[in-house]
Design a protein around this ligand. Sequence first.
Ligand code: GZL
Length: 318
Amino acid sequence: MKRGKLYFAVATVCCLVILLSLGVVGAAKKIVVGFSQVGAESAWRTANTESIISEAKKRGIELKFSDAQQKQENQIKAIRSFIAQKVDVIGFSPVVETGWEPVLREAKRAKIPVILSDRAVDSKDTSLWVTFMGSDFVEEGRRAGKWLAEKMKGKANIVELQGTVGSAPAIDRKEGFEEIIKSYPNMKVIKSQSGDFTRSKGKEVMEAFLKAEGKNIDALFAHNDDMAIGAIQAIEEYGLKPGKDIIIVSIDAVRGAFEAMIEGKLNCTVECSPLLGPQFFDAVEAIMAKKPLPKRIVTKEGIFPQEVAKEVLPTRKY
Ligand code: GZL
């Protein structure tokens, strides 16, 4: 009898040692997440990256982070690499809406759940991702349109600096803005072109608008603050007063926009929060705990006209 008990004890210890070495018991296995970021094109993106990286660190989650420099092929490569490394969850902000199905099918075959952060994918196969979290860009466009219509009393020749061609924010912000101004026969978009969400391109395209339309321009709608800030430089170099000769509304509500409003050079910014880190990793931990998630998680946002800029700036986190 005694020999039997001894054998049982030895076998139990051996099993425990094997399970411990496999990380099945004892210390919980560290979660590993692969995240493919659009790039570093704007102050918004920098704040978004900081939010993702700092939140992973705070939660002790291993983050494999890749910057795609606004190129879809780089994001596809990064996602394939995450699949090869067998990460637990893949997250990414798709630089454009289309062209993702093949690589997302590979992730699905590898049984790696995908979270869309910030921007959407345009695909009928919604099984390719667990959830899409981010702003309602159409509503942001509507808010910009409503504010401008009121400010201009329903009459303006408008130039538009669009975001990255084919990206969800550019497509949807344009849609929302047009939905509003179509009710105002005397509000017309006389020029519209992509500034790719960057300050430099926003300045360059605004210079071309001014060359073609000059004093005929009453207002600028920029799909993000970085392009608006670039356009402000172009307007000043052209000899006009931004915020006075040309009324400007943009989107993101980054620190630079508040500073420009306090200087009287920008008139309104619509909030688009980049602080998605906590929400993103809540979703990661829910997936790991096999908890259900809604297909769509919308970030709550506001609008900031020039009049409140000074009082609100100290409270801003990005
Ligand atoms: C919006 C985000 C956009 C920002 C830009 O959620 O995708 O990309 O508006 C950024 O500033 O470049």
